[in-house]
Design a protein around this ligand. Structure first.
Ligand code: CTP
Ligand code: MG
Length: 195
């Protein structure tokens, strides 16, 4: 009995991760594609500080959204192919919805990242300065904000008891995942700071 529930929670954890994978991927790939014109075009907020800063660029936004969507679609397709229980139809409905949702969640990750930068700038933090909490969760928060117009999707995938526990564990693990990916990016010379 106990091992069954551990298995079920583990499966829900993995499925929550795979559903949100586009957002987990868009953040680090934005670093790879990023550079060039900043999203705020260099403009300033009323407080005299940059709206988002030079760390948020159009290239990063598009590159991150596209690669997050594509990689999410690839992994989810593979998973649903080999999982005896998980189906795209059940999780997303139509196949086209699955494609849309993957890019939408990748974009949500980018929106969360931008919101994080917006808040950092309002707090007077310069580009790249640490903001514990925000840096680690902003992209997931963004993904969920963009999922709010789709309550059926949240209900289908994040409402069962096991799903909620799985999602909770995933959120607890997220700073570790975030940190590991950033250290990797730093070592590869892609990122200026290991956070
Ligand atoms: N990046 C980008 N466009 C995005 C997001 C990220 O070009 N939309 C690139 C930038 O080169 C950025 C790097 O990825 O410097 C790291 O991203 P992140 O840590 O989110 O930005 P920071 O430079 O730390 O800036 P901030 O303080 O605003 O978070
Ligand atoms: Mg940063």
């Amino acid at each position: 009995m106990e091992s069954i529930s551990v298995y079920l929670v583990g499966r829900e954890l993995l499925e929550a991760f795979l559903i949100l994978l586009p957002a987990y991927v868009s953040n680090p790939t934005a670093v790879v594609f990023g550079g060039g014109v900043p999203i705020d075009f260099g403009r300033r907020w009323k407080d005299g500080r940059r709206i988002l800063g030079d760390g948020k660029t159009w290239r990063g936004l598009f590159g991150g959204t596209l690669s997050g969507g594509v990689i999410g679609i690839l992994f989810m397709s593979m998973y649903s192919r080999y999982s005896p229980t998980f189906t795209i139809r059940e999780a997303y409905g139509e196949w086209t919805t699955f494609l849309f949702m993957s890019f939408w969640i990748a974009f949500g990750g980018m929106v969360g990242d931008m919101l994080g930068s917006f808040i950092k700038r309002r707090r007077g933090l310069r580009r790249g300065e640490k903001a514990p909490g925000l840096d680690q969760w902003d992209f997931i928060i963004g993904a969920f904000i963009l999922l709010l117009p789709f309550p059926w999707f949240l209900k289908k995938n994040f409402s069962g008891a096991y799903s909620i526990v799985g999602l909770f564990l995933l959120l607890l693990l997220t700073p570790l995942i975030h940190r590991a990916v950033n250290i990797l990016g730093f070592r590869l010379g892609l990122k200026k700071e290991p956070w």
